[in-house]
Write a protein that binds this ligand. Sequence first.
Ligand code: GLY
Ligand code: MN
Ligand code: MN
Length: 480
Amino acid sequence: MSYISSFNRAACSKTTIIMFSTQVYTDRRNKLKKGVKSGIVLLLGNSESPMSYASNTYHYRQDSSFLYFFGLDSPGLAGVLDIDNNEEFLFGNDFDLDDIIWMGSQPKLADRAQMVGVSKTKAFDKLYKFIKKARKQGRKVHFLPPYRGDNKILLSKLMDTSVDKLAKKISEKLIKEIVKLREIKDTYEIEEINKAIDTGYQMHVTAMKMAKPGVSEQEIAGFLEGIAAAGGNMVSFPIILSQNGQTLHNHLHNNTLDEGRLMLTDAGAESPMHYASDFTRTVPVSGKYSQRQREVYEIVLRANTEVIKQSKPGVLYRDMHLLAAKTIATGLSELGLMKGNVDDAVQNGAHALFMPHGLGHMMGLDVHDMENFGEDFVGYNKKIKRSDQFGLAYLRFAKELKVGHVITDEPGIYFIPELLANWRADKINADFINYDKVESYLDFGGIRIEDDLLITDDGCIEMGKKIPKTVAEVEKTMAE
Ligand code: GLY
Ligand code: MN
Ligand code: MN
């Protein structure tokens, strides 16, 4: 019985291989080998993940770094780069007749390897001996932090250490070299992201048109999932859709939409090759924003657009976060919800009562790109260290923008009753917050507006066809 069949037969019947040209993968691996310089790079693919029993699996998702360097979107594979001997291997198993009866005919492992420019293949269980031998020779085995249980167990066996101690052995060198490559998106990657964005556009316009009093959140979320699947793949993360938009990542879709509320939808899709999109729109259930809703909406919109105006190579994204924070603090002061000097308020983190999250993150093969490496490796560096101030501490990406970065711009204003009660009780930032007035917004919910930006030579572009965003555009779309 092959490695694949011992996991699952029916669910891995993917026979169409969608990939970039062979040269893309060869070039990426060559650059990685040059950067890492010595030792062995071990990149584990993902296995199937069971829902309720072994052969009843979740939608298969390959590991993003494995996809980036080895391109093959199927379970049961591991890639090895032996830098010292300039050899590349794909470990996996060929399908046997039993598998093929259930799955249809499948390409041979050697053929799949050749498609991505790898000439040597070995049976998957040979990986143990291979890694053991290298370790015995005192060679460095570079691997990434595992995030799935089965790969943690596999790595603990390969590295002969407990799962708990694996973290000590991960390769920072490998992480840093991969970040250098994956953070700059090539034109063919941008094309893939744009496919995901096209699907994201359809999802959000559909959500706007479906939002009406009496419609269930789950029904809308279900339609959006269907649009993502029809677009060629799945959602890029579990859909956030709720009239309780003050809960930042609200995956519960258990309300029926009420007249007068706002519906926040944060959703995106994966392209056929697993590149992500990620957008948020917040719309009035009744089709027209109330005056109070419009006033707050316009502030968030200004924060979102100011960031678009000022994002360009060389700018720190932390400064864009602070620009959004200042825009929000200014707007809330004009509404009488904040008070005092705006710069001091932002410096003290007072705006974080309303926007307790970061402005955005990198996006690519993962919606939060490379977050499995550890956020600080992606969004921070030697010069830019993470703040420990509430709010700013949650900023995922703070470092300098470069041409080819794809990032999200997602400011928001939320009225979170528990956070407000906590701050008020402890008189936190009482010099900058009109607590009595803020209390009158407790039934407001939350507003977030999110777009995906590509950093260009002299600025940035909002990627894709524009999803209705101004008050007038949203209300017009909802009325159609
Ligand atoms: N996927 C949630 C967000 O970062 O926008
Ligand atoms: Mn989002
Ligand atoms: Mn996002």
